[in-house]
Design a protein around this ligand. Structure first.
Ligand SMILES: [Zn+2]
Length: 67
């Protein structure tokens, strides 16, 4: 999965100093019916005001409904 991130400036403060971050430790997003098969969340963050502009789970396929 590759997503094109076109965000280049913060919508709140117009800063172009953006960074990437992710939860440390075990703070993962898990599918509601398959706890334990979660994915790390990666964020695009404004390094000026701290606004979280976008967030992605790294393994989106794990959230597909496979009944
Ligand atoms: Zn900002």
């Amino acid at each position: 999965m590759s997503h094109s991130t076109k965000v280049s400036e913060c919508p709140k403060c117009s800063s172009t100093e953006l960074g990437k971050g992710q939860h440390s430790g075990h703070s993962v997003m898990s599918p509601i019916n398959k706890l334990g098969f979660g994915s790390i969340i990666e964020y695009i963050i404004c390094t000026e005001c701290g606004f979280i502009i976008e967030g992605y789970v790294k393994k989106p396929e794990r959230f597909k409904d496979t009944y």
